[in-house]
Design a protein. Sequence first.
Length: 135
Amino acid sequence: MRFRSPGKNSPYWTPREDYRAAVYWCRRYPLWLKELETLPDTSKGIDYSTDKVQTSNNFDATADTAIRRSEILAKVVLLESIAKVCMPECPKYLIRGVTEEGVKVEDLINSGMPFGKNLYLRKRQQFYHLLSKRI
């Protein structure tokens, strides 16, 4: 896919490298959601009703899983919050457009997006501009 970043006259101009980094960062969103579903819930903690196993190092799988979940959740919340800032009316179309590869504006309009192509493209530029400043 050819990435076309906004021109230098655009208020949402972003250097090409930052724009591409933001595009690829967004493409990981479905993977993050899947990983959040598959990682065990660490809020229950460790079950001490079974025999304890003593280990030689300080490896704590529960803490590592909790840290990983919080990192992924922070990325998901960041993407969704920027989408809500750019398109407060219905951010789900923007999220779908920037996270799924091969989704065309026409597909979003056919699925019920309540505004046109030009407004969507402008909001997408704004989204990538804001995201590139935050990642």
